[in-house]
Design a protein around this ligand. Structure first.
Ligand SMILES: *Cc1c(COP(=O)(O)O)cnc(C)c1O
Length: 381
């Protein structure tokens, strides 16, 4: 089955009633048919039929042996780090989602797990920071917000040659465009809040395991630490995934048009979009992914222009998050990357002129006209 079909039907299990959609099993516990016997479900922290269904769908889409659904992307990331022990080290892409950096630096660090940050799109640099204690390479590709592209296959080889796991945050591209496990990754992470849910209405996170042994270890952590996704939220994410292919294709096509138009705009100094031929990760992306996604970051000519755009847009919403049907624009400086120390932020290119746009599924011309109006509302210099 092709991915767009899997989005609609993936791993659907027949129901005795013939229901097409997965029922919401709103129950915390399950009666035992006899002593020492189980229906397969005992208590919803361990597993719930509605959650199991969205997990099966995600595993099928990513080509993993199993998937686990969490209450948020950060809950998934927290469970992932629980695979490590004090003294172990992580290597991470240097421009990660700000929340992941905060987790590594402020929580994992105090638990004895240190992180080495490097530009993972530079394979030589990546190789150079490998140490005997490195147990996990964690990459985000394209990265947030600078859209650097990392060679997943090469990163997997580097990780495995040092006895480490490769984990890939696949939130931006989703399995519809990129399947890291096919390229050698061991674990895929998602903020299901974004494209998978797709409607800016539900928080969720996923870990997809390439092998049963990883799934088993993660199941133990999930049932012990207790951040499994609720039945209702599992239902909403499953509903979202059914239209994933449609939404991704629409938003990505618009993103390319918008990126090209922004590139020509006099108030825009640079545009970071993987689908532009001039983007340093363009050729690699064409090899390892089936699409470029709908995330764009761009630098305008001044902080005043940046603020004028944020306050001047009417259709595009000035809000955190991404991947939903509504187009959203954010200011990484004050939102997603507010916790990143200034020196590091500037070295990465996250300036007071950088904006990040998540292109939604509205009419492309309407989105563009809204952005252009907001850019033109900026005071001239
Ligand atoms: C949003 C996001 C996360 C965190 O997910 P939540 O669902 O907000 O907890 C992690 N990685 C990326 C790339 C994200 O965009």
């Amino acid at each position: 089955m092709k991915l767009d079909t899997l989005c609609v039907h993936g791993a659907r299990r027949p129901d005795i009633t013939g229901a097409l959609t997965t029922p919401i099993y709103q129950t915390s516990t399950f009666a035992h048919p006899g002593v020492g016997r189980s229906t397969g479900y005992d208590y919803s922290r361990s597993q719930n039929p509605t959650r199991e269904q969205i997990e099966r769908r995600l595993a099928a889409l990513e080509g993993g042996s199993g998937a686990l659904a969490f209450t948020s992307g950060m809950a998934a990331a927290t469970a992932l780090v629980e695979l490590l022990k004090p003294g172990d080290r992580i290597i991470a892409s240097e421009d990660l989602y700000g929340g992941t950096t905060r987790l590594f630096d402020r929580v994992s660090q105090k638990n004895g797990i240190a992180t080495d940050y490097v530009d993972t799109s530079d394979l030589q640099a990546l190789r150079a920071v490998m140490r005997p204690e490195t147990r996990m390479i964690f990459i985000e590709t394209p990265s947030n917000p600078m859209m650097r592209v990392t060679d997943i296959r090469a990163a997997a080889e580097i990780a495995h040659s040092g006895g480490a796991l490769l984990a890939v945050d696949n939130t931006f591209l989703t399995p519809y465009y990129c399947r890291p496990i096919e390229l050698g990754a061991d674990i895929v992470l998602h903020s299901g809040t974004k494209y998978l849910g797709g409607h800016n209405d539900t928080l969720a996170g996923f870990l997809v395991a390439a092998k049963p042994e990883f799934e088993e270890a993660l199941r133990f952590i999930q049932k012990t630490t207790g951040a499994g996704l609720s039945p209702f939220d599992s239902f909403l994410i499953e509903r979202g995934v059914k239209t994933l292919a449609l939404r991704m294709d629409r938003a990505s096509a618009s993103a390319l048009t918008i990126a090209r138009a922004l590139e020509r705009h006099p108030r825009v100094k640079s545009v970071h979009y993987v689908g532009l031929e001039t983007h340093p990760g363009y050729e690699l992306s064409k090899r390892q992914t089936d699409g470029f996604g709908a995330m764009i970051s761009f630098e305008v000519d001044s902080p005043d222009t940046a603020c004028a755009v944020l306050e001047g847009v009417k259709l595009v919403m000035y809000a955190e998050s991404l991947g939903g049907v509504e187009s959203l624009i954010t200011y990484p400086l004050l939102q997603t990357h507010a916790d990143v120390p200034e020196e590091k932020r500037l070295a990465l290119g996250i300036t007071d002129r950088l904006l990040r746009l998540s292109v939604g599924v509205e009419n492309c011309g309407d989105i563009l006209a809204d952005l252009e109006n907001a850019l033109e509302s900026a005071p001239s210099r």
